[in-house]
Design a binder for this molecule. Sequence first.
Ligand code: NAD
Ligand code: UFG
Length: 332
Amino acid sequence: MKVLVTGGCGYIGSHTVVDLLNDGYEVIIVDNLSNSKIEVLDKIKKITGKSVTFYQYDLCDKEKLESVFAKEKIDAVIHFAGLKAVGESVQKPLMYYENNLFSTINLLEMMQKYKVYKIVFSSSATVYGSPKSLPIKEDFPLSTTNPYGTTKLMIENILTDLYKADNSFDITILRYFNPIGAHKSGLLGEDPNGIPNNLMPYIVKVATGDLPILSIFGDDYDTEDGTGVRDYIHVCDLSYGHVLALKNPQNGLKIYNLGTGKGTSVLELVTMFEKVNNVKVNRQIAKRREGDIASCYASNEKAHKELGFTCKYTLEDMCKDSYNYVKKNTNL
Ligand code: NAD
Ligand code: UFG
């Protein structure tokens, strides 16, 4: 089975490509490398011993995208490509709407034209806005607070309308909670350029001495220790969820949360990181970050029941693997 992976050089995409190759799938990647590096392809080969077919194309370029569909006999698509920085999306909303929506519409048009009906789409827990209760279930009301999140919700709506109009499509929407961690080999992981926005990349940079101190955004939330609670999931558990989604015999439009089902506070994560890596992470309490919610964690029951989804990795693994990746990829 030949799978087109858009954004396959990125953080979650590259881990999923490894799982697909290990599972015997053939992989085609389309990625414009706007937020990833070509070296990822060699690293995927090093881990799996297998090669992928790569096109450095922008999905917004419809002609180039069509050339891929015309040449390759694609059976299914996993669509990771997109811009994902919440803060940047507030500053540059048009860039986010253009990139995330045009690319997806082009992709779906090509799929329809070339009769490729199976798609797995990367959505996000951000579509739940501020949840009314916890854990969050797939049928909770949806709302967003920033342009990035709105692109995810708009794409979910586009997919829903498309399925209503043409139910040859077989669509899986995966709502990710907070992916962290890295491949055990230390070859694949996440190391954003500049100052990170997300917690784990920030912790790692403080641990390596690249940044002086972690600001904990608020210790007055209604949570056990006052700091924000999230559902951190190892990227390798998350990536395998995509393979399970491809294997799911159930057709139609399906939506699943991918999270561990467990909430962890900022303080718990920092403390665990220090313990397992035997490093100090300087920190201070700062004021709340605008737009943040107190707590967010998944009910993963549906994914467990229908996909057989389970999480193998612990919070210790996530902390170890995140640090290991950055240590191996910088000259400390
Ligand atoms: P990433 O930035 O590492 O990977 C995305 C990839 O898509 C990059 O390699 C980038 O170069 C490519 N890309 C972007 N726009 C493109 C375009 N127009 N044409 C071709 N390639 C393009 O991000 P990630 O963390 O691997 O996330 C993958 C997907 O999962 C994204 O859609 C993201 O919104 C979603 N998601 C991520 C998180 C998270 O915390 N990482 C959480 C929820 C959802
Ligand atoms: N935090 C800090 N200090 C930091 C960074 C974060 O205290 O320097 C705290 C936040 O306040 C929050 C927690 O750490 O309580 C997690 O924050 P992240 O920025 O790592 O993650 P978010 O839950 O805010 O959002 C992320 C992605 C979204 C995505 C969401 C769910 O950025 O795009 O996970 O998948 F929608």
